[in-house]
Ligand binder design. Structure first.
Ligand code: IP8
Length: 258
């Protein structure tokens, strides 16, 4: 089984509130179908989550009553995004259901608690893909917190023991420096925790869950001697399909744990 995260930067325009990239999601869903890979998808919140979450500092937990309507708005927006992704999966012939993280998870001080995996396992047993996403989730200590798609990926990794983990982004992989502002920056085909410590990680868009560095750290935690964790560019046509079929593509592979 392959666990795939469709990053918020690939399915939305992260610089503009609530802009869904339907054409790209449609193509990626078709690539997943055409690869024939048994997969489970998680997706990021993109501009449906990060813009308001940043404006109201939702990552701090409950610190101001003015955050309350923002919590409700973000939950609404990311559910709408999720239903649009599900719609494209269904159109591609992949039976998928929406599983909002708050329906299975609580958080405690920012840590995700999966008390009961029955919903997820029941769907998978029936051949139905449960699709979770970055969201605001209630937190026992902080009132609420940001549950990132990357945190969900780590929990699902423990649950499903996938053969491979794939993060689909809008860059070719991890670069020495941000390739959007440094076009000559070199792509790193392999990354270890030692290497990550030497890399700069500046990002200009609203992202309350840590950007590239947090993603690479999460990826490293998901690696094992049997499991690769790969970051690829989903804006290049055919790349995801090729990777899922086991072909070599331009990418960064995390290795060796954190
Ligand atoms: O896009 C963040 O999830 P991510 C969730 O996977 C919210 O980092 C609500 C900002």
């Amino acid at each position: 089984m392959i666990l795939i995260k469709l990053g918020g930067s690939v399915i939305t325009d992260k610089t503009q509130y609530r802009i869904f990239n339907r054409e790209r999601v449609r193509r990626l869903c078709a690539e997943i179908r055409d690869s024939g890979a048994d997969s489970v998808i998680v997706h990021g919140a993109g501009s449906f989550g990060h813009v308001i979450a940043k404006e109201y500092s939702l990552q701090k937990g409950s610190v101001d009553p003015a955050q309350v309507p923002a919590v409700a708005r973000v939950q609404y927006d990311v559910r709408e995004l999720n239903l649009m992704v599900i719609d494209e999966l269904l159109n591609a012939g992949i039976p998928a259901v929406s599983v909002p993280p708050g329906s299975c998870f609580m958080m405690d001080n920012g840590n995700l608690l999966l008390d009961d995996p029955e919903v997820l396992l029941s769907a998978s047993r029936l051949g139905i893909m449960p699709v979770m996403f970055g969201d605001v989730v209630f937190d026992r200590s902080k009132g609420f917190g940001i549950c990132s798609g990357d945190q969900i990926m780590e929990v699902l990794c423990e649950l499903y023991h996938p053969d491979k983990v794939v993060f689909v982004s809008d860059v070719d992989g991890l670069f020495e420096k941000d390739p959007k502002t440094n076009p000559d920056s070199k792509l790193l085909t392999e990354v270890t925790s030692e290497l990550l410590n030497c890399i700069s990680s500046d990002s200009s868009v609203a992202d309350v869950t840590g950007g590239v560095r947090a993603k690479m750290e999460a990826m490293l935690r998901m690696t094992s001697s049997e499991r690769d964790c790969v970051l690829i560019n989903g804006s290049v046509e055919g790349r995801l399909c090729s990777l899922l079929k086991g072909e070599r593509v331009i990418s960064t592979t995390a290795k060796g744990g954190l």
